[in-house]
Design a protein around this ligand. Structure first.
Ligand SMILES: Cc1ncc(COP(=O)(O)O)c(C=O)c1O
Length: 378
């Protein structure tokens, strides 16, 4: 049987990983400035993470949500603590798209309405509603097309307010990434987020903070939406939550009541997933990784700004993007094949940095030195 060929892949086989490094099957060492697409939060194969998962597997790996799973309550308490949202409720699922799918459904259940506002260049995942709220017609199947999603320009407060003024009573929710990832690292302004909060309050809609990529400490705050000083009704989380173990969740404000059967999933919140998520939070706290993300992010951005060849350096914490001009269009390829450094991209010419939140100064310098060699040849 062949694999369904949907991923353009690099011909590299990773066999081992530790911290911000991975090794291929020929023993070559790579620096991971991509974090396996923003997933590696505490570093590859962190010893505490490996132990927590191994110990859990020795006890019980899975049972369904038909019984009590105290690890879920432990995780809810830890999440409430680290996020500062102890009064929110936690629903656990398995992927970013599923988290957004559930958040959008919940907004519709709760308000009894159908319209969702999303933004240009947004990416929210590939399940039916999440993909409909994603601004990329190439990945929206005919069956997913719906008039219920409206795309407004990102960071354009006046257009948001105008839409609410004419249609506010039909809007179930507004979904927005705190920092657009796939769209090319665009930070939602604090003013815009506050305008969303105000409009949602005025018209009884829910504000959904997609924190799949920009959340979980990557920005230096637990949710990048927190920079705005206002709270969302629903936060969606995945990627860094399990450091590679598939686990996702939504935090739901206390004013939204649950009803049995309203949401559900077989695998969501299983014993192993909770152990992975708890290990991540424990390491984040012990090693102060949010502070590290902020410091290393500031350092990288300051140093990147010294390269006149790189344009529009932007982001927050360890979610950084910059534009590369046509003459340097092979930069990512050269970083990978000459310097063995993984980076991310956004079409057509953005380099995205999404390393582990435990990135060291030494690794940041290794990346900057490689960049220097590529941009300023002797
Ligand atoms: C902002 C955002 N939302 C949702 C998703 C979908 O997550 P998943 O691939 O886990 O379904 C992604 C994935 O890249 C994302 O970046």
């Amino acid at each position: 049987m062949k694999l369904f060929d949907v991923y353009p892949i690099n011909n590299i086989t990773i066999e081992r990983a530790m911290g911000s490094n991975v090794w291929d099957d020929a023993g070559n060492q790579y620096l991971d400035m991509y974090g396996g697409h923003a997933v590696i939060s505490i570093g590859h194969t962190h010893p505490h993470y490996v132990k927590r998962l191994t110990d859990q597997l020795d006890k019980v790996g899975f049972y369904s949500n038909s019984i009590r799973i105290p690890l879920q309550e432990e995780l809810a308490a830890a999440l409430g603590n680290v996020s500062g949202k102890a009064d929110y409720q936690l629903f656990l699922c398995n992927s970013g798209a599923e988290a957004n799918e559930n958040a959008l459904k919940l907004a519709s259940f709760h308000t009894g309405r159908k319209k969702i506002i999303a933004f240009k260049k947004a990416f929210h995942g590939r399940t039916s509603l999440a993909v409909a709220a994603t601004d990329n017609p190439a990945i929206v199947a005919p069956v997913n097309q719906t008039d219920n999603i409206v795309f407004l320009p990102f960071n354009e407060e006046e257009q948001l307010r105008a839409y609410f003024q004419s249609n506010g009573n039909e809007v179930a929710g507004v979904i927005i990434e705190g920092i657009q990832g796939v769209g090319g690292i665009h930070v939602a302004t604090d003013l815009f987020i506050r305008a969303i909060r105000e409009c949602c309050d005025q018209y009884g809609a829910l504000y959904i903070a997609d924190s799949i990529q920009c959340g979980y400490g990557r920005s230096g705050k637990f949710f990048s939406h927190d920079f705005s000083g206002v709270e969302a009704d629903i936060y969606t989380m995945a990627k860094g939550m399990g450091n590679g173990f598939p686990v996702a969740g939504i935090l739901i404000a206390p004013h939204i009541p649950a009803k049995h059967g309203m949401l559900g999933t077989t695998f969501g919140g299983n014993h192993l997933a909770c152990a992975a998520a708890l290990a991540v939070l424990e390491v984040m706290e012990r090693e102060q990784l949010m502070a590290n993300a902020e410091q290393m992010g500031d350092y990288l951005m300051e140093e990147l700004r010294k390269f006149p060849q790189l344009k529009n350096i932007r982001g927050r914490g360890l979610m950084i993007g910059f534009d590369v001009e046509e003459v340097h269009k092979d930069l990512r390829k050269n970083l990978l094949w000459t310097h063995r450094i993984f980076t991310g991209e956004a079409k057509p010419s953005v380099v995205r940095l999404l390393p582990s939140l435990a990135l060291t100064r030494e690794h940041a310098d290794q990346f900057l030195n490689a960049l220097r060699k590529e941009l300023i040849p002797d």
